[in-house]
Write a protein that binds this ligand. Structure first.
Ligand SMILES: *Cc1c(COP(=O)(O)O)cnc(C)c1O
Length: 216
């Protein structure tokens, strides 16, 4: 099933759009199957869970962190992940930078945008993204490469469109600023029910779990 699902999604996605398999709650075995079917990027929400999957799959995949990263997990996270999509505060950015100092390595990151302005959600409000981007640009070990958003959970995926449009607008504005050290190239938006709309609105990373692995 996983193999069929992956092939179908890969066939349908337009060129230039990268697929992240959102793997929370899935077993290392399921994740392995997805990689064998052609998944190149695994998205994990929890460092502990990622560790187990990483032990099984290792460098056959690229690892994106897509959950809320607690500062006390950063030290472990920087060992596993190739990109952190969910930088949502200056404190977290500084902690990542600190944990990478001493290593000759820079971490590609995205800023998570709270495009739905929901109080219970993580992420930076659209109007605060520019200031955080400017600050991150000054950190030696972080490479800001774009934005990520969840958007609110809404019944009809069409209702998510305005939040994708808003995130795209912030993305384009930042790109125009050409901040030294910042390379705005990734816009990560859309999940199982909304990724087609996200792609229409400019996403070039989509994060899909249910449509690959089945219901959680
Ligand atoms: C779970 C998750 C997804 C994928 O959700 P599905 O609806 O299962 O496709 C995408 N992004 C993030 C951040 C997630 O936590």
């Amino acid at each position: 099933m996983i193999e069929k699902n992956v092939k179908k999604i890969l066939d349908e996605l337009p060129e230039g759009v990268e697929l992240v398999a959102a793997a929370k709650t899935r077993t290392p075995e399921e994740i392995k199957q997805a990689v064998e079917a052609g998944i190149k990027i695994i998205g994990e929400n929890y460092v502990q869970e990622a560790q187990e999957a990483f032990d099984a799959v290792g460098k056959k995949a690229i690892w994106h962190f897509i959950g809320h990263l607690q500062r006390n997990k950063v030290k472990e996270a920087v060992k596993i992940f190739d990109m952190i999509e969910t930088v949502d505060s200056w404190k977290l950015a500084q902690e990542i930078d600190k944990r990478l100092s001493g290593e000759d390595k820079a971490m590609p990151v995205l800023i998570e945008v709270n495009s739905g302005r929901e109080e219970q959600k993580f992420g930076v409000l659209p109007e605060d993204v520019e200031a955080l981007a400017g600050d991150i640009a000054g950190l030696k070990h972080l490479k800001l490469q774009g934005l990520m958003t969840m958007g609110p959970m809404v019944g009809d995926p069409e209702n998510a469109r305005p939040y994708f449009v808003e995130t795209r607008r912030v993305f384009e504005r930042l790109k125009k600023l050409s901040i030294p050290g910042v390379e705005m190239k990734y816009l990560s938006m859309g999940m199982t029910n909304s990724y087609k709309i996200a792609v229409e609105e400019g996403a070039n990373i989509v994060r899909i779990g249910t449509k690959i692995f089945g219901p959680r």
